[in-house]
Ligand binder design. Structure first.
Ligand SMILES: *[C@@H]1O[C@H](CO)[C@@H](O)[C@H](O)[C@H]1NC(C)=O
Ligand SMILES: *[C@@H]1O[C@H](CO)[C@@H](O)[C@H](O)[C@H]1NC(C)=O
Ligand SMILES: *[C@@H]1O[C@H](CO)[C@@H](O)[C@H](O)[C@H]1NC(C)=O
Ligand SMILES: *[C@@H]1O[C@H](CO)[C@@H](O)[C@H](O)[C@H]1NC(C)=O
Ligand SMILES: *[C@@H]1O[C@H](CO)[C@@H](O)[C@H](O)[C@H]1NC(C)=O
Ligand SMILES: *[C@@H]1O[C@H](CO)[C@@H](O)[C@H](O)[C@H]1NC(C)=O
Ligand SMILES: *[C@@H]1O[C@H](CO)[C@@H](O)[C@H](O)[C@H]1NC(C)=O
Length: 530
């Protein structure tokens, strides 16, 4: 059996444990402002295994022993039901609380986020956000029976449920261990990254540090803009196979790879990369057992995907994807085509499709397959007007977070094919403009752009190995992250480390060191070396 006494003995971070807490099943009297608590249950869980769910969790986590506390609440007059789960390690608590984020339309990933957090010694929280959706499916509850939007649920998903989780997590942690967490963190990727930005903007005192990866600051914009590549292929009546798209990926990498001084198959300096897809017109590529000659229509589709969502009158509404990025939309098909029996068809991006049907058209049977550019433009404006303030995390005013001493460590893959990194860069530029410039903002907010990396990981480039650890050192020790370490396996199977630079710096090869060693690179402001 694990006793509370044992917890206190193995508690290494806080030097003096002033008091002991209550047992797992005795958590009670939580006073969470603005909520009515419906139930609190606590159970000891021993030898628990979190199964692997790639790509979110690559290998299982075994042998977890923890107190699991489930808090169900509602907000007065809102008729919502939000479930928050807090896991508290039975031994080795590191004195910190960590809120964990979700992905897609999930506000939290449950055991997938909680498992690794408690394995690292944190007490940890996850919220279901009232269940707007699960990954890329929006649940019918998003629409009330009379066809109007369930706004309390939207508010829960937008930011309120993460706030409740922070308050609950700290309170439960204090009751259980008999001492409050010394520091509180948030960690998440994708929608989880958005939740981190939203917390810093809307509830700036909830977390001492926020680690927000591949965030979605313009959630209501991106949810429509992600339909752009599909719509372009349909409207231009041109559907290139993935292999044909790869000819453009390869050609753009071949052109821009060397901008950082080294030919390694990775574009580090995307802003200096001016690739012209029309240079491939007339070129032949071997694809799917035949020779395909690239035509103008195909190059036009590629250019339009790079340009991003544009109105019929030519107004650029949202960023496109960087050169060197694969035209594969991960498991949801941001831009994916499927080639079968010699016929290539475009795949509708599921998340965007659900968002438009449920939240914009308020009609789950709406046919999304043949939207015009004008339709998409109108949907974009509707989405911004109705949802960006509540679902987005694009308010550049981080003064509350800065003044509370908070630190925001964010990273985004430069070859993210699902959530284009430019949206995060644009947000950062707005913060810089509002809050005293790049240097001043970098005192509390650093954005690390990982060359070649896809959404939350993958791709071909250095994936951050421990961004949360870098954040903790920054918050607690004042160790300012000049770079964060990243790792990948290169084309010949060597494990390569690189130090990832923070915006606006880019990695540049020093010209003489071993190209496979991180110290052969530095972070530089210079662009366009060729
Ligand atoms: C813990 O669970 C694993 C299976 O996941 C099992 O092999 C092992 O014997 C269990 N250990 C204890 C102490 O029960
Ligand atoms: C409250 O929500 C439940 C579903 O959770 C629904 O059945 C019920 O109709 C709702 N009540 C009101 C007044 O909207
Ligand atoms: C639809 O129902 C909601 C509550 O579920 C109510 O607030 C709203 O006024 C209703 N709308 C219409 C048009 O009846
Ligand atoms: C693109 O490059 C990759 C990696 O070198 C290669 O496997 C693939 O065949 C290339 N595709 C095309 C269409 O050239
Ligand atoms: C990204 O934003 C910059 C402006 O900051 C713009 O010049 C560039 O074209 C954008 N890239 C994409 C792929 O949209
Ligand atoms: C492709 O061809 C195979 C065998 O001829 C057939 O079984 C399959 O249904 C076809 N698939 C599509 C998508 O047409
Ligand atoms: C903070 O610094 C101390 C002393 O150098 C070190 O032992 C500790 O590991 C550091 N903590 C973090 C979170 O980096």
């Amino acid at each position: 059996m694990f006793s509370l006494f044992e917890c206190a003995l193995t508690f290494t971070f806080v030097s003096v444990v002033s008091s002991t807490g209550v047992s797992c099943s005795s958590i009670t009297n939580l006073n969470i402002p603005g909520t009515n608590i419906l139930s609190i249950t606590g159970n000891i869980v021993l030898n628990y295994t979190v199964p692997a769910v790639p790509p979110v969790l690559l290998s299982p986590i075994n042998g977890l022993n923890f107190c699991s506390v489930t808090v169900v609440l509602t907000h007065p007059n809102e008729n919502d039901t939000v479930t928050t789960t807090i896991w508290l390690p039975l031994s080795g608590w590191n004195g910190r609380f960590q809120g964990t984020g979700g992905g897609g339309f999930s506000a939290g990933l449950g055991p997938l986020g909680l498992g690794s957090a408690i394995q690292g010694g944190y007490s940890a929280g996850s919220t279901d956000g009232g269940n707007l959706g699960l990954f890329f499916d929006i649940l019918p509850a998003a629409l009330t029976s009379n066809g109007s939007i369930n706004w309390p649920l939207i508010e829960d998903f937008g930011s309120r449920s993460v706030h409740d989780m922070a308050v609950i997590g700290k309170a439960v942690t204090e009751q259980y261990y008999g001492t409050p967490p010394l520091f509180s963190y948030f960690g998440g990727c994708s929608n989880g990254g958005r939740e981190g930005y939203a917390a810093a903007q809307k509830y700036p005192r909830d977390f001492d540090g926020v680690m927000a990866a591949s965030p979605v600051p313009g959630f209501a914009k991106i949810s429509v803009a992600a339909m752009w590549p599909y719509t372009v292929m349909v409207q231009e009546k041109t559907v290139p196979s993935e292999c044909v798209f790869n000819a453009f990926v390869n050609a753009s990498i071949a052109q821009c790879d060397g901008l950082d001084g080294v030919l390694d198959g990775i574009i580090s300096d995307v802003e200096s990369c001016f690739y012209d897809p029309y240079t491939l017109v007339g070129k032949q590529v071997a694809c799917d057992g035949e020779i395909v000659t690239i035509d103008e229509a195909t190059s036009k589709v590629v250019q339009m995907v790079h340009d991003g969502l544009t109105s019929p009158s030519g107004e650029k509404l949202w960023s496109g994807q960087n050169w060197g990025t694969g035209f594969v939309g991960l498991y949801v098909g941001n831009l994916a085509t499927s080639t079968q029996n010699g016929t290539t068809t475009p795949i509708i991006p599921e998340g965007s499709s659900q968002y438009i049907k449920y939240l914009l058209k308020r009609d789950p049977s709406f046919d999304i397959s043949s939207l015009s550019y004008a339709d998409l433009t109108a949907l974009f404006h509707q989405s911004v007007a109705e949802y960006e303030a509540i679902l987005g995390a694009g308010n550049p005013d981080l003064s509350g977070f800065r003044d509370a001493g908070g630190k925001l460590l964010s990273w985004h893959g430069l070859a993210d094919s699902l959530i284009y990194p430019n949206g995060t860069v644009l947000y950062r530029q707005e913060v810089d403009a509002l809050m005293g410039g790049t240097e001043a903002v970098s005192e509390f907010y650093r954005l690390f752009l990982a060359p070649g990396v896809n959404h939350c990981g993958g791709g071909y480039g250095p994936v951050p190995t421990d961004p949360l650890g870098a954040l903790v050192a920054w918050v607690e020790n004042g160790t300012v992250p000049e770079t964060i370490a990243g790792q990948f396996t290169d084309g010949v199977g060597d494990v390569v480390w690189r130090d990832i630079c923070y915006y606006p710096l880019v990695s540049r090869y020093d010209g003489h060191g071993d190209p496979k060693v991180a110290s052969s690179y530095d972070c530089s402001t210079s662009r366009g070396l060729v």
